[in-house]
Design a protein around this ligand. Structure first.
Ligand code: E4P
Length: 222
């Protein structure tokens, strides 16, 4: 399972990249707006240049399938690693299908059910993004939906990659891996929690304490 960062913050990208585990990036209008960029296109270029992997950039011109398609064409030129996000709507699917026919990788976002995920696979999307955390937020079972999608995709032999999104904690990531998701995208905070374990900290402290003691003993014996 590849690990993607869900952010539009350059510092966060650089930090996770340093760990050697950054497989790609997902962004959305909320995340980009949070960074208040002066020039959105230049900023998107910067995001794409920072990541050695696919970067999902979301369409926002939602008046019609045509406007989504036109914006998608533009987003695809931002960088060679750009992936165009379209929302799971009839217009989004229509525009997505046209973008795919043009050879542009598409991520169908805001997907919440196995039925919707089947539609994303049928248009030939590169990624489908089921939003687990937001399902949990409304009292549904996000992980159950993800498992269903992974099972259906395996049975049907769909090529679309399952990108588990809206992950809120480490166990979401672990369970997504067990379910067979191809990608897990998560905010910086969840990445930071993945690496942490209290026993690692306690173990390190003990190792370093013992090492210092040894140095002291050697110094005194010299
Ligand atoms: C994924 O592409 C989305 O940007 C993201 O996972 C949404 O997560 P949220 O529900 O925490 O906003």
């Amino acid at each position: 399972m590849k690990l993607f960062l869900d952010t539009a913050n350059l510092e966060e990208i650089r930090e996770i990249k340093r760990w050697g585990v950054l497989g790609g990036l997902t962004s959305n209008p909320t995340l980009v707006a949070k960074e208040s960029p002066h020039d959105i296109e230049t900023y998107m270029k910067e995001l794409c240049a920072e990541v050695d992997g696919p970067v999902s950039l979301e369409t926002t011109e939602l008046e019609s399938a045509d406007t989504i398609y036109q914006q998608g064409l533009k987003l695809a030129t931002v960088a060679p690693n750009a992936v165009v996000k379209v929302a799971m709507t009839p217009d989004g699917l229509d525009a997505g299908k046209r973008l795919i026919a043009d050879g542009i990788p598409v991520n169908v976002t805001l997907t919440f059910s196995p039925a919707q995920a089947i539609l994303a696979a049928e248009i030939g999307a590169t990624y489908v993004s089921p939003f687990l955390g937001r399902l949990d937020d409304v009292g549904a079972d996000g992980m159950y939906a993800l498992r269903e999608i992974c099972d259906i995709y395996a049975v049907q032999g769909y090529d679309t990659l399952v990108l588990a999104a809206s992950l809120r904690h480490s166990m979401h990531v672990v369970e997504a891996a067990k379910a067979g998701a191809d990608v897990a995208t998560m905010p910086f905070d969840v990445f930071s929690k993945l690496v942490k374990h209290p026993l690692t900290d306690i173990g390190l402290e003990k190792f370093l304490g013992d090492w210092k003691k040894l140095q002291q003993e050697l110094k005194e014996g010299a």
